[in-house]
Design a protein around this ligand. Structure first.
Ligand code: TXA
Ligand code: MG
Length: 345
């Protein structure tokens, strides 16, 4: 794995009925210190055996991930929670029952089985049971918990297709399970259950409102700002950024459209626009209509940023979306991707 010219094997696999021989091959690689990228319902993950510190180290090298940003441990069965987490609070049990398998990660006090490199020395561990059948069969077949961050180079938009993974990591990892486009499109909700009150560290598809209806009091993340103190180590890094300059535009729909159109006519740079309103017209720009429902927008967000990069766009304008329910999670990613550049018109 140290040699950068090493080949990466890519194999297509059906999501509803994952081929067992392919899964067995990928699982064997995981048991033998290999790095395997696989689809989850949120984004593609870059997996290694979470119990093997040497294997986990390779994840950090391949992604060029900062050494103080801990990894999520993915498990194949709910009952494994007790192996890796201790003092399980009642809240955890309720949430596991309600939302697992699914896009919710729980931060819990860890047991001694989890090596320090996974948690970056914290006394907590992030646990998640994904619901994508490819991910589940891989983890179960491997017979070990799988540490897996998103399978992108650090800082880049998270990967929602095998093509995205290959673009960032080809030659640096052993295997890619190509299970098509991911369903959710942004990463899991991260909820800290290690303190007295549950705190959302990273918003996601499982929304504040949903968590509150199961748990009662939950702390929302303070809306992130450039200077806000990070609670989750990963929150302080530059994230999700396309190569193009990304600017969020906020205001009345019609004003937003007119403002962006004025910018397009003024600049000589190739420009892209991400819109959620089909009727909006942007002449002279690459237009990505990313959908009008939060589900569609979430699914298309990172995908469209990467597409616009591939099309050689230099500036991207993104229309702002309402920050209620799942919309809050989408805007969280968009803000970070834009390096907090927001224009109010
Ligand atoms: O949907 C997802 O969660 C995807 C798929 C592959 O499962 N994974 C993912 O992993 O997004 P990653 O590494 O890109 O993001 C994990 C986040 C980071 O912000 C990290 O700092 C935080 O979880 N995290 C991990 N362990 C933690 C811990 N013990 N305490 C606080 N935050 C933690
Ligand atoms: Mg990530």
């Amino acid at each position: 794995m140290n040699k950068t010219n090493r080949k990466t094997t890519i194999v297509k696999i059906n999501r509803s009925q994952p081929d067992r021989t392919v899964i067995a091959r990928a699982a064997a690689l995981l048991r033998n210190r290999g790095l395997v990228a696989f689809p989850t319902e949120t984004v593609y993950g870059l997996g290694a055996n979470a119990l093997d510190a040497g294997a986990v180290k390779k994840i950090f090298l391949a992604k060029q991930r900062p050494a103080d940003n801990p990894l999520i441990v993915h498990i194949g069965f709910k009952k494994e929670t007790g192996l890796y987490a201790r003092n399980l609070p009642a809240a955890a049990k309720k949430l596991i029952k309600e939302f697992w398998p699914g896009p919710l990660t729980l931060i819990l006090k860890k047991t001694g089985l989890i090596p320090d490199i996974v948690t970056c020395g914290l006394d907590t561990v992030a646990l998640r049971m994904p619901c994508n059948p490819i991910a589940l069969s891989l983890i179960r077949r491997a017979g070990v918990p799988v540490a897996a961050p998103s399978a992108n180079r650090s800082g880049r938009p998270s990967p929602t297709s095998a093509q995205d993974v290959i673009e960032d990591l080809y030659g640096r990892i052993d295997f890619v399970l190509d299970g098509g486009q991911t369903q959710v499109g942004i990463e899991s909700t991260v909820l800290d259950l290690s303190g007295n009150i549950p705190v959302i560290l990273r918003p996601g598809k499982i929304s504040y409102e949903q968590l509150k209806s199961v748990l009662g009091p939950v702390l929302q993340p303070a809306r992130i700002t450039k200077s806000g103190a990070p609670k989750s180590p990963g929150m302080k890094y530059r994230h999700y950024a396309p190569r193009a300059r990304l600017i969020i535009v906020q205001g009345k729909e019609i004003d937003v459209m007119h403002w962006i159109n004025r910018q397009i006519t003024r600049t000589r740079n190739k420009t892209g626009v991400m819109t959620t309103i089909r009727e909006h017209r942007y002449n002279g720009a690459r237009i990505k209509y990313i959908g009008s429902t939060f589900s569609r927008i979430g699914k298309n967000l990172f995908r469209s940023l990467r597409e616009l990069d591939r099309e050689g766009v230099r500036i991207i304008y993104a229309e702002s979306i309402p920050e209620r329910g799942y919309g809050a999670a989408i805007m969280n990613r968009l803000r970070k991707a834009a390096g907090f550049k927001i224009v109010k018109v």
